[in-house]
Write a protein that binds this ligand. Structure first.
Ligand code: FAD
Length: 424
């Protein structure tokens, strides 16, 4: 093979990429690392974009993961404003494009490639929302939304009651805005939570003055000056001067269409290896095996990006991935810290510890399927996180079900803790 331009080339400069670089250097990797960042900024953290960046008067800076000097000190080359355009896995060659240009910005040969391009907000085809429309993925999106929430009057309509939509609804209420949350499913977070828990979240928002419209979708839009009139499927209308489209995300892997990987989240093994030799994927763009579900799932959450970026770096230096732990995401809404550990499938049983309708709102919901622990929803119970993980992992230890294909080597789940306690 011709000498590569990069020993490790990372497409996408976000959380998974940064954790991959950090782990590589910590493990003593001495090769050349190059990171392609489509945005004009060094890797930064996205959770503050729907929280402090909107609600905190002073918080306008990009929440970078490391200061600029860190990359220089650790020999990590960031190519800012340069995107991956096409992959030729047989020749280990990546074609680049400038962010705003259409022409190619050159090609790079790699020894190992890490796909860490994250995800992008889904668009709602057919809805012309004009200048009132916002989406939220980048820091630039957050600053534009922040300005709209602070400088305009009138109602914010949020289309989609997923994590980002609900966090923005909460932040906007905190700023005194009128808010309508419109969700096509019967409950918020319908893909992550069963109806009983989704209703609790809807109720939380209603208690804080958010108008929650469930099982409703926007059928038509008419623009009247700086206001959008949204016609909903139930025949009602909502007038909004700011609209956030928060209808979920799709992996940013469209550029891989000709490579045999993508579009869609890229399936990997537990070390992040894809079906192509020398090509790894991590973070929102990847679909790692989840031993607790027995299938590969796109996780699209912060902690998964950290673990997966780390796992890929370990694989590159010849180390096995860390033992799996039940996945977790968190969300901050109306002053409450909400954490889902493991999974809450629709056919689960729920045992409550604490009263969700009590003033404090603090409770834990212990989730089982066919009698077996599989998840926990913790509301203002960070103290219970470790126990929840152990409870799920211990139950899983006797029931390991791993996806298998000829292309992927999976690491079996490790043993659970011995001191499992019955919850609730
Ligand atoms: P990203 O961090 O998105 O980084 C990918 C980078 O790749 C981006 O900078 C993108 O511009 C770049 N890119 C895309 N295409 C290309 C290309 N072709 N070439 C080069 N670069 C490219 N998770 C939680 O668990 N809790 C939360 O509270 C939470 N809050 C969130 C709030 C918001 C507003 C958002 C958007 C996400 C939130 N998340 C949260 C999810 C979490 O931030 C993501 O799961 C995590 O950032 C994924 O990391 P990543 O590295 O895969 O992708």
């Amino acid at each position: 093979m011709t000498r590569p331009d990069a020993d490790v080339l990372i497409a996408g400069g976000g959380l998974a990429a940064q954790r991959c670089c950090e782990t590589l250097r910590r493990q003593g990797f001495g090769g050349r690392i190059v990171v392609l960042c489509e945005e004009p900024t060094a890797p930064y953290d996205r959770p503050p974009l729907s929280k402090a960046v909107l609600s905190d008067e002073r918080e306008r800076r990009t929440p970078t993961l490391k200061p600029a000097e860190w990359y220089a000190e650790h020999g990590v080359e960031l190519l800012l404003g340069v995107a991956a355009r096409e992959l030729d896995p047989a020749r280990r060659l990546l074609t680049l494009r400038e962010r705003r240009g259409t022409g190619a910005a050159g090609r790079l040969r790699y020894r190992e490639l890490v796909i860490a391009t994250g995800s992008r907000p889904r668009r709602l085809p057919g809805l012309e929302l004009g200048g009132v429309a916002h989406e939220l993925r980048t820091h630039a999106d957050a600053l534009a939304l922040r300005a709209a929430l602070r400088e305009r009057d009138g109602r914010l309509a949020v289309l989609g009651a997923g994590l980002v939509g609900m966090e923005v609804a909460a932040a906007a209420r905190g700023l005194g805005r009128e808010v309508t949350l419109i969700e096509a499913a019967a409950t918020p977070l319908a893909r992550a939570l069963p109806p009983a828990l989704g209703y609790w979240i809807a109720r939380l928002h209603r208690e804080h003055g958010v108008e929650v419209r469930l099982a409703s979708s926007v059928e038509r839009v008419s623009l009247r000056g700086s206001t959008a009139r949204l016609e909903l499927s139930d025949g009602s209308t909502v007038d909004a001067d700011t609209v956030l489209v928060a209808a979920g995300t799709a992996p940013a892997t469209e550029w891989l269409a000709t490579s045999g990987l993508g579009p869609g989240a890229i399936p990997t093994d537990a070390a992040g290896r894809t079906a192509h030799p020398g090509v790894y994927a991590a973070g929102d763009a990847a679909r790692f095996p989840d031993p607790y579900l027995g299938e590969r799932v796109p996780s699209q959450h912060w902690e998964a990006a950290v673990r997966q970026g780390t796992a890929v770096a370990r694989a590159i230096v010849g180390l096995a991935p860390a033992e799996p732990v039940p996945p977790m995401f968190w969300s901050d809404q109306h002053g409450h810290r909400i954490q889902l550990v493991g999974h809450a499938p629709p056919d689960c049983e729920i045992e409550l510890d604490g009263n969700p309708t009590a003033g404090s709102g603090q409770f834990a919901a212990w989730i089982t399927r066919a009698g077996r622990p599989i998840g926990a929803l913790l509301v203002d119970r960070p103290d219970a996180l470790q126990h929840a993980r152990q409870w799920i992992a211990a139950a899983h230890a006797g029931h390991t079900a791993q996806p298998t294909t000829a292309n992927h080597r999976n690491t079996p789940a490790g043993p659970g803790p011995s001191d499992t306690r019955r919850a609730a």
